[in-house]
Design a protein around this ligand. Structure first.
Ligand code: BTN
Length: 332
């Protein structure tokens, strides 16, 4: 069932998304189908939480400062990394930050380059799926990690990025996010982030000379901006955390900070204990979707040091999966 947004949250979205435009109390009440008193109460609460709402007699309300803009200057204010983000490219709109990075690499870009876009019109997910990336609603970015990776390190790098994202979100918003193998971050049982790691394989040495880690986080997708088919499984930070106003610049900087730490210890696999502990699958029965589409019920036993998933089917057969898809998590 889709959770209904409070009047306060709806008023907040309208004011944030209309960049400083005034709305009368009557217009807000009409749009939301509530009383003017309910709108007034919502405004009071937003003010109490520190939202810069300005009221003008006989005109209405507006959010004074343009909220949560993504700018290089603001990101740098929060950034405490050694090299991740030294080159930082911030755009209003692009096809896909992963594709942008791939083009940059043809020009020999330095490791640690981060590309972030307010909106993606061709955001890509795993398995050729589209990643829905509306403007102002999410944090969509890619990080170029150039070092000689072994092929199996690609999923370890993705796992590092998932732990970094999960950790940063928990620290900033006091949440308990979990990781659904291998690359999705979940909050309250719903997906709030997906990760797509891509690289170029040198067939001679079976190494990847670079990897592009693309991370897409739903920050404030609302029921209106979310495609209908996704509403029951996908959510956003602001929808799940009450009274939370995400500053995307701060969130990006926090994730890059955690990522830099985790990548530096990646070969020792020290992050794995945290990865396993954040897993929402270990110890659960799930549907495993085979590449031919058949579904079987398995129990998830463990995640290996290479981030492969170990499952056991109902006949006791144990299998190790390096790729594939989890369907539903089954009730115990
Ligand atoms: C998934 O959920 O299947 C992975 C989604 C990855 C989305 C991010 S958004 C930034 C980067 N650019 C893309 O086109 N995709 C990744």
């Amino acid at each position: 069932m889709v959770k209904k947004m409070s009047v306060k949250t709806q008023v907040k979205h309208i004011l944030l998304e209309s960049s400083g435009e005034y709305f009368s109390g009557a217009a807000l009440a009409r749009t939301l189908g509530v009383s003017r008193n309910a709108v007034w109460k919502a405004i009071q609460e937003l003010e109490k939480q520190g939202f810069p709402v300005e009221s003008k007699k006989s005109v209405g309300y507006r959010m004074v400062q343009a909220a949560d803009l993504l700018t290089e200057e603001d990101i740098r204010k929060y950034l405490h990394t050694k090299y991740l983000g030294n080159i930082l490219i911030v755009k209003e709109i692009m096809d896909s930050t992963n594709d942008y990075c791939r083009n940059l690499l043809q020009q020999g870009t330095i490791r640690g380059t981060v590309v972030v876009s307010n909106e993606q019109v061709a955001g890509r997910g795993r398995q050729g799926k589209r990643f829905y990336s509306p403007g102002g609603c999410g944090l969509y970015f890619s990080v170029i990690v150039n070092q000689d990776f072994q092929l199996q390190d690609a999923s370890v790098l993705t796992a590092c990025a998932a732990v970094a994202t999960s950790r940063a979100i928990d620290k900033l918003y006091h949440t308990h996010t979990q990781i659904k193998w291998v690359n999705d971050v979940y909050l309250n049982g719903k997906k709030i982030c997906g990760i797509l790691t891509e690289g170029e394989l040198s067939l001679e040495s079976v190494t990847m000379s670079y990897a592009i880690v693309g991370i897409g986080i739903n920050v404030r997708n609302t029921e209106e901006t979310m495609p209908q088919g996704l509403r029951s499984t996908v959510s956003s930070i602001e929808e799940e955390v009450s009274d939370c106003h995400v500053q995307r610049c701060a969130l990006l900087a926090a994730i890059l900070y955690e990522m830099e730490q985790l990548i530096s210890e990646m070969t020792e696999r020290r992050f794995l204990a945290e990865y396993r502990q954040r897993s929402c699958l270990i110890g659960k029965r799930v549907e495993w979707v085979e590449t031919n589409g058949t579904v079987k019920k398995v129990a998830v036993m463990d995640i290996t040091d290479d981030c492969a998933l170990v499952t056991q089917d109902t006949f006791g057969n144990v299998e190790t999966h390096y790729g594939g898809t989890i369907g539903k998590i089954l009730e115990d």
